[in-house]
Design a protein around this ligand. Sequence first.
Ligand code: GLN
Length: 230
Amino acid sequence: MCRHLGWLGAPVSVASLILDTPHGLVVQSYSPRRQKHGLLNADGWGVGFFDGVEPRRWRSSGPLWNDASFASVAPVLHSGCIVAAVRSATVGMPIESSASAPFTDGTWLLSHNGVVDRGVLPLSRDAESTNDSALLAARIFDRGLDHLDATIAEVGEADPNARLNILAGNGTRLLATTWGDTLSILRRPDGVVVASEPYDDDPAWQDVPDRHLVDVRDSGVELTPLRGSS
Ligand code: GLN
């Protein structure tokens, strides 16, 4: 299981969201508060952000708390659309930087928080690694993000034990799903945060119910129940 965070709004520094907050991703990498599966997220991390329409990424296979180079540079990385994650690898999955989210198809940055039987996913030459999350990302990119809800419902039906929390951004939009794990939203005056768990104790954080699609654009935040939800 992992923890992820997305930002859409005015340009802010990567550090302000994940390093400077009291319970941001760096703290969640060793002391998550709401994680149901796993105690640590030490098997890698990734930060992706949009520089205009260009997605840029910095990923690693080590713990985020240990990365002094990242801590030094993150305060000067600014963007209006950010997707970041810390990883706790599922048993048997490779630990390498290419297995860390966010994955990309050149347009979207995408993170998966969960687990899925690789047997229900098609083999893809486009997958960045052989872990379940990379295969799932390739499947979602292949179908297109406009069909994210249908793809999640189908994969969830093929593997009833799957946990399929997705977070994706393309520079002007964030999409997220809840399917088996936690997700919260914070509406700030300068933008919207979508995160596996709140990075502080602001009472404005709202929990997203399970099996929902979250769609964040300039115009606001929309929540829709996913097919297959009971
Ligand atoms: N199944 C994931 C992996 O090993 C676990 C990490 C996560 O929640 N994305 O890649």
